[in-house]
Design a protein around this ligand. Structure first.
Ligand SMILES: Nc1nc2c(c(=O)[nH]1)N[C@@H](CN(C=O)c1ccc(C(=O)N[C@@H](CCC(=O)O)C(=O)O)cc1)CN2
Length: 372
């Protein structure tokens, strides 16, 4: 039975544009809300746009997306998607990695090492780095940490990278992103040895991912985590239509390449795509990685599709102790009534990022020491 619903996804109008998201998915948000597929909108979108001229563009676009979908979202209210529990899958992967690390240590006496470089004092980055260290400790990876001040020079960062490149006890090196504005990401990421580039951000690793018959040393952790969630949830990829929303270097682009390698037919929806809703609605698999809260509404989704939501967007929530809560790029409330399977936010892709980092670090140590 189909029924019209109103969801609270319009709260995306209050989306907080925290600096991390801005750095990884630079504004302005790049999506126009698509025209409503159903009868004439109750509230014309242009009129809605005109009423919002003083909002920052990001918030205007989010509000427009909400206006568009509130008029058009007709979804199946009695269907319910399988929830893909990223926290649980990540825990399983961490356990598997721990077992392999113990086996390697017992057999050849090697302990994998991961070096993390953090520049500046962003609270979110500090938390991620702390969580990476904790996760390493739990599985038996030795971690090395360098903390540099916000005003450190590019040269200093590169010097530390060079030292880790030459250190045989270090098998993986990463520089926590985003970097301070005065630094050139490219120069820094290029300095990491491709054989220790556990983030998979070096252009050679991305280039190899893009080529037929070549393999990178490492696949970036978040897109690798998306694929792992699809595989472990039994979602068939070969021959399916997939849409990736967003084309960032660290998530959208590698995710599209991975889906293509897995024999999906892939479209990338981005800021200049004319009809994102219509294209997305054809997809059997959606990976949303654009950084716009609740952009993808129920009406964008083909019934039964598998949805991987990479967005981690803070929205104001006075009832929450932090004053905000996290929502994805997909309106979960609507999407979960249409999709076949969906990741929640939080607890979906996020935990997979660190699990995949551990797995990449283990793979690196195995490769360097030729341990099967
Ligand atoms: N060098 C890198 N920098 C950054 C990466 C990366 O892969 N390499 N990714 C992100 C940050 N990140 C890891 O570094 C990361 C982000 C989110 C999570 C996570 O578990 N999120 C939770 C929610 C957490 C919360 O409550 O705040 C979830 O989604 O459930 C882990 C790691 C940018 N920088």
């Amino acid at each position: 039975m189909a029924s019209s619903i109103l969801s609270d996804c319009s709260s995306c109008a209050t989306s907080r544009l925290l600096p991390l998201r801005r750095a990884l998915h630079p504004p302005p948000p790049r999506f126009r809300p698509s025209p409503a597929p159903a009868p004439l909108p109750r509230r014309p979108l242009l009129a809605a746009a005109a009423s919002l001229p003083l909002l920052p563009r990001a918030r205007r676009m989010a509000a427009l997306a909400a206006a568009s979908s509130a008029d058009s979202a007709t979804v199946l209210a009695d269907a319910s998607a399988k929830i893909i529990d990223g926290k649980l899958v990540a825990k399983q992967i961490r356990e598997e990695v721990g077992v392999e690390i113990a086996r390697m240590k017992d057999t050849i006496g090697v302990v994998p090492g991961l070096a993390v470089i953090l520049v500046g004092s962003r609270k979110d980055s500090q938390t991620y780095v702390r969580n990476k260290k904790k996760a390493c400790d739990a599985v038996g990876i030795k971690s090395y940490e360098v903390n540099l001040p916000e005003d450190a020079s590019e040269y200093e960062v590169i010097k530390h990278i060079a030292t880790f490149n030459d250190d045989p006890s270090v098998h993986g090196i990463l520089v926590q992103l985003p970097l301070p504005r005065h630094m050139n990401d490219e120069n820094i990421l290029n300095a990491v040895s491709i054989e220790k580039d556990v983030d998979g951000f070096h252009p050679v690793n991305i280039g190899r991912l893009a080529m037929q018959g070549r393999d990178p040393f490492f696949v970036p952790c978040t897109p690798k985590g998306c694929m792992e969630l699809l595989h472990r949830s039994g979602v068939e990829i070969k021959g399916k239509r997939a849409v990736v929303i967003g084309r960032s270097n660290i998530v959208g682009t590698p995710a599209a390449l991975l889906l293509q390698k897995a024999n999906a037919t892939v479209s990338i929806v981005h800021s200049k795509t004319k009809n994102p809703e219509e294209i997305t609605r054809q997809a059997d698999i959606i990976i949303a990685a654009v950084g716009v809260a609740n952009l993808v509404r129920g009406s964008w989704i083909k019934p039964g599709a598998a949805i991987i939501d990479v967005g981690i967007n803070p929205v104001d929530d006075p009832a929450s102790p932090r004053g905000y809560r996290l929502v994805g790029d997909v309106c979960f409330e609507e999407a979960s009534k249409v999709a076949g399977a969906i990741t929640p936010v939080p607890g979906g892709v996020g935990p997979m990022t660190i699990a995949m980092l551990l797995s990449n670090t283990l793979d690196s140590a195995k490769r360097i020491h030729k341990f099967k």
